[in-house]
Write a protein that binds this ligand. Structure first.
Ligand SMILES: [Zn+2]
Length: 243
């Protein structure tokens, strides 16, 4: 795999991501909630940082961006449409843009639902999908600013990506998501197996991300919902879930 993909734990359950192109050494960091763990991860990977990629404006995704830039000289990229509520952008981007990075670059995907200006980045070299708070392992983000229809369409934009795509999501909510998913789809053997693996990983203190899109297609009830209405119903049930 020409792309090195590394989760970087932040705050209670945030996962930021370090992507390093092994051929050139080019490095990108996704969603630095805080600068200190981001800087430590960059230094452990050789000290070079080219790009800071932001998925959306929430503080637990952008809080460390300016300090990380000050330390490394990396350029900050984010959605031009949300520039007014993001840290100052060196390169405003738009859905459909291809950002130069490694051989294949990073494609900007329009993913409103959690927030209006949310975007994701698809790196075909991984393949890896930095999807912020859109898709989680076994769940999705809350619909703070968008509708079930928007989230359904956003998730649909991942439909053409390969099963092997690493799902580099913004939080490790997998254990709680697994408990809810089992109430929705208790007969799903792949989900039962995955939920057991998630419990075991948690007991060892390990992250349960990244998963792959293939795993999510087999186990994630929100990706399997079929319609925006069904997705909205599941999201409301999950909002109430006390598992
Ligand atoms: Zn968020």
């Amino acid at each position: 795999m020409p792309l090195r993909v590394q989760p970087v734990k932040m705050r209670a359950d945030n996962t930021a991501w370090l992507f390093q192109d092994e051929a050139t050494g080019a490095t990108a960091f996704v969603d630095p909630a805080d600068a200190a763990p981001a800087i430590a991860a960059v230094e452990a990977a050789g000290g070079r940082l080219d790009l800071i990629l932001l998925t959306h404006h929430h503080d637990d995704h952008v809080g460390g961006a300016l300090a990380l830039k000050a330390r490394t000289g990396a350029a900050i990229l984010g959605n031009a449409a949300d520039a007014h509520r993001l840290p100052p952008l060196d390169r405003p981007v738009q859905p459909g843009d291809r950002i130069p990075f490694g051989a294949a670059g990073a494609e900007v995907i329009d993913t409103p639902g959690h927030t209006r200006g949310h975007i994701a980045y698809f790196l075909a070299d991984g393949p890896a999908l930095a999807c912020g708070d859109t898709l989680f392992s076994l769940g999705i983000g809350r619909l703070f600013e968008g509708t079930p229809e928007e989230m359904f369409e956003s998730l649909g934009r991942f439909g053409g990506f390969p099963d092997a795509t690493l799902v580099c999501c913004g939080h490790n909510y997998t254990a709680s998501n697994a408990r809810f998913a089992l109430t929705v789809d208790p007969e799903n053997a792949d989900l039962v197996t995955r939920a057991a693996e998630v419990r075991e990983a948690g007991a060892r203190g390990e992250l349960s991300v990244p998963s792959t899109l293939g795993q999510e297609r087999a186990t994630n009830p929100f990706l399997r919902a079929g319609t925006a209405e069904a997705l909205g119903r599941l999201r409301r049930e999950k909002d109430e879930f006390k598992g």
